[in-house]
Design a protein around this ligand. Structure first.
Ligand code: SF4
Ligand code: ZN
Length: 145
């Protein structure tokens, strides 16, 4: 995270006071230097508490240079490929709601298994009616007591 970005997670970055040259390659960097630099950068990232935020940020911006979230560019490209190959998340089930004609409570249709009518006019298969029925029962018990 060598660049200054203003975002709440950057305030907690373990690399805040680290040498930015650890995270990005210098011009003409040789392979051996790169490896060693990345090892040192990843040591800073290891215990960083915002590693996940940092990685998401870099992946979202398709950052091609430097160490972000503990990963070098090749590792981030692999992670991006892995994510792209994942099946799409299942769509949330459609919750169809219905207003009970007896108690007026809006609830998922699954709450009604039948549409029966009791003598008190409430539907015993409706959650709203069940609550209403127990309220009435309690009120009647209190009136007697
Ligand atoms: S994961 Fe590494 S680069 Fe990212 S904020 Fe933490 S220390 Fe800095
Ligand atoms: Zn009801």
């Amino acid at each position: 995270m060598p660049e200054r970005i203003t975002s709440d997670w950057t305030d907690r970055a373990a690399c805040r006071d680290a040498d930015p040259r650890l995270f990005f390659p210098a011009d003409g960097e040789r392979e051996g230097q790169r490896k060693w630099r990345e090892v040192k950068a990843k040591r800073v990232c290891g215990p960083c508490q915002v590693q996940a935020d940092c990685l998401e940020y870099a992946l979202a911006r398709n950052e091609r240079e430097g160490v972000w979230g503990g990963l070098n560019p090749v590792q981030r490209a692999r992670e991006a490929d892995r994510r792209a190959a994942l099946p799409p998340p299942p769509k949330p089930a459609l919750v169809v709601e219905k207003t009970c004609t007896r108690c007026g409570v809006v609830q998922p249709v699954a709450a009604f298994t039948k549409d029966a009518k009791q003598r008190d006019g409430l539907n015993p298969w409706c959650r709203g009616c069940t609550i209403e029925a127990s309220k009435r029962r309690r009120a009647a018990e209190q009136a007697v007591a």
